[in-house]
Design a protein around this ligand. Structure first.
Ligand SMILES: [Cu+2]
Length: 97
């Protein structure tokens, strides 16, 4: 294998985790509490594969306050969350019909 092929193969390998993170499926949840003032939402959620979390009920921060617009207790939602140290942050949130 020549050097440029090797570099191309390496670049492909290195880019894989990024692509996998982008294509993570949304997780399912049900809204238990919405706290607009502190930008937090309590969800009873299913498994979150992107951060390896089993189903539970817990509080998340939201990345942007707009994510909480139109969200009510009892809504079923699809969402995406990320972990930053010991903080869990919702980055995407949609009510499912
Ligand atoms: Cu959890």
């Amino acid at each position: 294998m020549n050097k440029s092929l090797l570099l191309a193969a390496l670049a492909t390998l290195l880019s894989l985790p990024v692509q996998a993170a982008d294509s993570q499926p949304l997780s399912r949840g049900e809204v238990r509490m919405v706290d607009i003032a502190s930008q937090k939402i309590t969800l009873r959620h299913g498994p979150i594969s992107s951060i390896g979390m089993p189903p539970m009920t817990m509080v998340f921060e939201v990345e942007k306050p707009e994510l909480l617009e139109g969200i009510s207790v009892g809504d079923r939602v699809d969402f995406q969350a990320k972990q930053q140290a010991n903080r869990f942050i919702v980055t995407e949130l949609h009510v499912t019909k």
